[in-house]
Write a protein that binds this ligand. Structure first.
Ligand code: HSE
Length: 433
């Protein structure tokens, strides 16, 4: 028995989603129970990189949204229309919906979730914020016990890439944007990203979940990064700051009713703050609450595979619920333990890693050669050997290896211990990550 899914859209994220669903081996077992029943596209002629049988592909997206065979409709076409109408039609037809569409959810969440609640179906949106970073479920589920005080995100990869390049190359916004467009990191029309609109959609969704109420999209103060200059970045750097486009939702009042500040703007971030080291196209979201304190989620905020990972996690969530509802007394497979067999764990001697070792030796000719010989005889290749100073009259020699088998390294160490007598002692051995 499989659960039939209709995919609306076979672009970047749609293709990534199909790739996961068509290759279930090694993934969570539930993936095998998901069947791509139909796929809606804009053009039948476009070459596709995933092997979807042509008879499953149609340009009639509405027929997928209302197909009686399909239980879950996955909207991955983006944009406001026809995405909004198709989501509403799927809900009206009793389908559960998975979407990556932050623009639709941020603007029409009220209409969509009111319809979904009335129809008794789920609308899941893990992929709408932070691409592959799990943040929607953690906010709703894992952090549900907390009183959230503030959500701060770097939630737009394009602008973070541009600001990182400006910082590293000392270049101006326009030059970096043009380069980013050439490399495919920025859209031909970069407005939604560089003017902060995409980040504002995402913080609207996060704020709504964190503070348990809807946010009017137009209430969000939104500044983009067009006015950030290389000079600003350079002065900020000298003062100990990096510049990041932050999306922030903060509770400023709880009584008599909750009041929030929700804003997107370029911000000077102290270099030692964890958000300052989130570079390139990566995203991160810092949640502050009581009693958790601070927790930060970091990862790829866009891209085919990462975003599809979030989409499929939502599909699995719905499939888990449907499965447990089908049979009285059966557990939701995502919440219960679904594996009983043991995996074998390889012995540590098989580990391949780099090592750091510090030796204390008499400072006499041939000592380094002696160490090198033992390592060489045991197939341990050295990356560096330095004599860093003295402890009393003993020379301190530090060795870093290349990636080697732990068993070989240990043999070399045992040989050194056994055969060097008091001439060489091993002060410490650590693995290098
Ligand atoms: N355009 C977005 C970004 C990715 O640059 O982060 C999709 O949300």
């Amino acid at each position: 028995m499989t659960f039939k899914v209709g995919l609306l859209g076979l672009g970047t994220v749609g293709t990534g989603t199909a790739e996961i669903l068509l290759n279930p081996e090694g993934r969570y077992p539930l993936v095998q129970e998901v069947e791509i029943a139909r796929v809606g596209v804009r053009s039948l002629d476009k070459p596709r990189s995933v092997p979807i049988p042509s008879e499953l592909i149609t340009t009639d997206l509405e027929a997928i949204a209302t197909d009686p065979e399909i239980e879950i409709v996955v909207e991955l076409i983006g944009g406001l229309e026809p995405a909004r109408s198709l989501i509403l039609k799927a809900i009206a037809a009793g389908k559960h919906v998975v979407t990556a569409n932050k623009a639709v959810i941020a603007r029409y969440g009220d209409e969509i979730y009111t319809a979904a609640n009335r129809a008794g179906v789920y609308v899941m949106q893990e992929a709408a914020v932070g691409g592959g970073i799990p943040i929607i479920k953690p906010l709703k589920e894992s952090l549900g016990a907390n009183r959230i005080a503030r959500v701060t995100g770097i939630v737009n990869g394009t602008t973070n890439y541009i600001l990182t390049q400006m910082t590293q190359a000392g270049a101006d916004f326009a030059d970096v944007l043009a380069e980013a467009q050439k490399l495919g990191y920025a859209e031909a029309d970069p407005t939604a990203d560089v003017d902060g609109l995409d980040a504002a959609d995402k913080i609207a969704i996060l704020a709504s979940l964190a503070f348990g109420g809807r946010i009017k999209r137009e209430d969000i103060h939104c500044e983009g990064i067009r006015q950030v200059s290389a000079a600003d970045i350079s002065y900020a750097d000298k003062l100990g700051f990096g510049i990041k486009l932050l999306a922030i939702a903060q509770q400023i009042q709880s009584e008599p009713e909750i009041a929030l500040q929700v804003r997107v703007h370029p911000t000077l971030v102290p270099k030692d703050h964890p958000l300052a080291s989130v570079n390139g196209a990566y995203n991160a979201i810092l949640i502050e609450g009581e009693p958790i304190g601070q927790v930060m989620f970091f990862g790829p905020g866009a891209g085919s595979g990462p975003t599809a990972s979030a989409v499929v996690s939502d599909i699995l969530c719905i499939v888990g619920i449907l499965k447990s509802c089908q049979t009285a007394g059966s557990l939701n497979p995502l919440l219960g333990c679904s594996h009983q067999e043991y995996h074998s764990v390889a012995p540590l001697s098989e580990l391949v890693t780099r090592f750091y070792a510090r030796f204390l030796c008499g400072d006499r000719p041939g000592v380094i050669g002696h160490l090198g010989t033992y390592f060489g005889q045991n197939d341990v290749s050295l990356e560096s050997v330095v004599q860093i100073g003295f402890q009393g009259d003993l020379a301190e020699i530090v060795v870093v290896t290349h990636n080697v088998r732990e068993g070989n390294f240990r043999q070399a160490i045992e040989k050194i211990k056994a055969e060097s007598g008091d001439n060489i002692s091993i002060a410490s051995v650590l693995r290098v990550f």
